[in-house]
Ligand binder design. Sequence first.
Ligand code: FAD
Length: 459
Amino acid sequence: MNKYDAIIIGSGIGGLATALMLSQQGRKVLLLEKNKFLGGRLSSFKRDGFNVDLGVHVISRSDKGPIGEVLRRVGIANPISYTTVRPLSSYHGKTFIFPRDLKDMVSEADFNALTTIMKDINLMSEEQVKSYDDVDLKTFLLSYTKDPLILACFCNISTIYVCLPTWLTSAGEFMRCLRMEAQARSSGYPEGGCAVITNTYAEGVRRFGGEIKSGVRVDKIEVEDGKVSGVVAGDQVYKADVVISNGDIRSTVLALAGSEYFPKDYVDYVRGLQYSWSGPVVRVALDKKVTDIKMLTQFGTTDQEGYYEKMANGIMPEELNLFVVIPTNFSPSVGPEGKQLVCIASPMPLGTPKTILEQMTEGMIETARKYIPNLRDDALWTNTMTVDQLDKMVGESGAGIGIGQRPGQCGDKRPGIKTPLEGLYIVGAEAGGTGVGTELAVNSAMEFIDKHSPFSGRK
Ligand SMILES: Cc1cc2nc3c(=O)[nH]c(=O)nc-3n(C[C@H](O)[C@H](O)[C@H](O)COP(=O)(O)OP(=O)(O)OC[C@H]3O[C@@H](n4cnc5c(N)ncnc54)[C@H](O)[C@@H]3O)c2cc1C
């Protein structure tokens, strides 16, 4: 029977980054992915000549961030070219640049407060930022201003950064995301679509001798004498003293390994962890070029708490919160010449009533038509990914990011990468790390290598 140095469960970007760094160190690595495709939430599929991303992806710091850092660490000259994109904000059909244009939209005192918020966030020491890990972002903002438009703009940004509204977002974690992005000033989209990142990492793993098997679901993590000894997938057993799960922390601990191998307080802690929010993604392929918009965020009311409360009570808001990306406008190879691809996401809590979910595709298209009126007339096809479908594909109840970056779940209180079961580690947007979505997951992988890996550097 083949024995590996490490087995990685799941090919999300956190799992691939870990596999890439370990295989470059000369470790014998096996990565098992249950889906036939690689990348988890960072994957794409092809339809009628379009490369469609599973999510609506902007990489917060493109190659200046952890995605580029991992490639530099393993010595792969960065083959990914990014187009820098800055989203426009939009309220009620009026488009503007945050924070600059709010000068003419709020009182002078509130605009000064906004300037102070941005300055304070950027100038705080790491220790000061950390002291806000357990404070929610809304409480932090209210200590500067009560202006509804400013508060709604931040809510819009926090749902994009961490897929949670301000009242559920850790202020400390939000500050880290904002500071990193502000310093790098390079938010971007990979030419050819997001799967380019996934494919580059996967090719790297193989080039360093790592093995990747897709379409193989891990059913069980084996434990012998209180230590991890391998995994079972169907009728196959793969042996390793180190198993690194990139899957859901709850399933990993409670189902794949089994709660009996962990202290009770850890099991209770894992059971109590809360995911980020989620939301459907609507993709519309257009027969011709109808818009110059590249990326736009939209909200229709400044009463964001009221907006989500309405949804929870089964009432469809008139205008939906949207994140609209038109990748063909900055990465032409994503679609056939002369055609456009419009991707629209709308954040919402997990457990939103079915009556609302059923109306989302129509509601999202109708709101987006404020900016792209021809969205229906020139559509070649429309495709919706529901939260349920996302859950079936990549798990975690269909959460957008992973374990929510909320007070009590960030910084020192983020779930640990090293679990109490010897040999079992968790990487990705489920444990450790900091930052926006994909960068959170890759930072977690680098944290594993730097602080928790049982292997010491290159073999
Ligand atoms: C709609 C949407 C839009 C997004 N937009 C952005 C964005 O613009 N910018 C950004 O940075 N981030 C964005 N994100 C978030 C980002 O994609 C995720 O946070 C990140 O990709 C998570 O990576 P991960 O390493 O945690 O792995 P995941 O992507 O969660 O992948 C985990 C993998 O493990 C596999 N797996 C699980 N269990 C098993 C098992 N038992 N056996 C084998 N395999 C298993 C799964 O199939 C999956 O492939 C978005 C997410 C969504 C859903």
